[in-house]
Design a protein around this ligand. Sequence first.
Ligand code: BGC
Length: 762
Amino acid sequence: MKTINLFAVTTITAILFVQVVFAQQPLPQLGKAPIGEIVKMMTLEEKALLVTGTGLRFAGSGTAIGEADGRVPGAAGNTININRFGIPGTVLADGPAGIRIDPFHKGDSTKSYYATAWPVGTLLASSWDTALVKKVGVAFGNEIKEYGVDVILAPGMNIQRNPLNGRNFEYYSEDPLVSGNMAAAMVDGIQSNGVGTSIKHFAANNQETYRNTINAVISERALREIYLRGFEIAVKQSQPWTVMSSYNKINGTYTSEQNDLLTKILRDEWGFKGMVITDWYGGHDAVAQMNAGNDLLEPGSKRQQQAIIDAVKNGTLDVKILDRNVERILTYILKTESFKHYSYSNAPDLKAHAAIARQAAAEGMVLLKNDKGVLPLNKGKRIAFFGVGSYNTIIGGTGSGAVNVAYKVSVEKGLINAGFSSDQNLASIYAAQIKNDLLLHPEKNMTLGKTHLIPEPELKAEDINSAAESNEVGIYTIKRNAGEGVDRKLADFSLSDIEHSQLRQLGDAFHKRGKKLIVILNIGGQIEVSSWKQDADAILLAWQPGIEAGNAIADILSGRINPSGKTAITFPVKYEDEPSAKTFPGNLTDVIYNEGIYVGYRYFRSFGVKPAVPFGFGLSYTTFGYANLKLSAPAFEGKMVATVTIKNTGKSVGNEVVQLYLTAPHSSLDKPSEELKAFAKTKLLKPGESQTLTFTLNSKDLASFDPGLSAWIADAGKYEVKIGASSEDIKLIKSFTLSKNTTVEKVHHALTPLVAIDELKK
Ligand code: BGC
């Protein structure tokens, strides 16, 4: 009896002691205690709040738990702060072409927060220069950091499956190798500043029509080789802090609810270490999203929080899964500048960044035509500028890919800055047209689905003739704009009647007088170029070049910079030539990718369809010789090194983009005629100077994805290495052999289509 009493007393004392000590102990703090300790102490409600962002609902409304602190007005989203654990709120902002934040803070017009509009993704990819893209990323990242943003919702890296996708300008290419390497370079550059990226939209978000619900029906092979491959490259090379799942479904399930995609493939196979976030309001089942490994739901809603809490309580969501997601979010927060209390300046060096934007813009522009060396133009020439885009140049697309800029340099302004003169009569005709139209349609670049193009004014024959008479050269700018929320229409791909007739009239007027007409394409995606190109003596594909647009265009036209960009997308002769023309954008519910792996040049080359502008094409003011292709061995043993020597055989300093395509032997799997496996850009070469470039092929470069085996298989046989100046201009060929069929990588059986797809075969 005595003993029992003693035991009871001792136990009670011990419990009381633990409780007192526990109550007195401060709560574990982020950065000081292990993350697991914090998660252990968090309430279910706190966890549910952390996995849902605060986003647009609360922007600017104080610092209480569950609300954004409003530090960066205009930012797309936040994660919440939980002060008792020392967890700060963090800031996520758009987007791929520059930071999209409000240029002014409420009640204070004395200070501005303008940002640099970088050249759009399609232009950057056309530079084929990962070092340049990284340089842009380094400057971009500094701007992100100095404006107090922790994660930029970029880069966008979906495959440009079809020319009419309204967001193509945000993305890099039709080819996953280009997309993946560009994205990796951008991520490396941005993240070198200690801020994060969110590669998006994972995956197969290749259209805006019904983007929140569309089910993309895609074969496992096309997914693995085309639509996932770029993401795989970017994740493996650069470990982005976050990945943004997309709005669409793939083979029946929302991507944000797909464990196969977000856990098995992204994390288990590719080794992704960061956090997955939804696209804004993406998916519909918060619990399925948690289970799939979509850690953060943006912008987050009370409904989602409640669903998560209820699911844990009723056992349909294992709290361990929720804890795992919370841990990933805390791991992210630990890395942020918000956590480190970085005192950002709100004053990034916009002037220095503009200079980098200008250089990058010039290096991604593509010279499509230059008859009789009409370009470069001698300084001081009198120019007649036609086309609204010459005066109101489109610097980037609309929606979340738009940027609030302090200024933009038009084509005309850029050439005036470079010492050329502009016809004043024409300038006043266009100024009136632009002014009148802007009164009716004020620019709303930030608003989704708002893409208005100022119409071309009717020009009188006498205005055209007198401009052709009194100026030395004509420039006609053709402009296009598009953006989030809406796909382009076929009419946007084609030239309008007025554009056609003005081009013809201008061609006649200038040529009759022995003068030249230059066309500038101020566009974010493909347009039709075959039917009118004879009217132009030179065509510069300037894309949407960012804030310094006109200055960069002037750099190319004046010869200050020798064009070195090449297209990273194919321009079809007519829209119907596109392999996805019949299926894009699908019906109300599904879009069937029945072209399979035959996207872009893979299709045009394999099926003998002549494009208007081939993938990888671009001219220079100089010429290059290709020689001396050597392979490291006659047979493949784990890797193959190819070297080739490029010589500047012309008269001006320039650099050349060189592409390595591979033709693989046929087996049971259909193979495209060629696939891009490596690329490089020479340094600036003086006339007569050479450089030897080295390319390395590894086993996976030889392999195709066999869905039957869920494996990447390299077939035995003969492989041809083709070194090209473009996909259609192969300069040198050498072959090697692979002695036996090789399983390069075995992966999960995942993302299987629910219906049979009648896929295109050679
Ligand atoms: C877009 C994303 C963007 C997000 C936040 C979505 O509608 O698809 O690309 O990052 O909004 O603004």
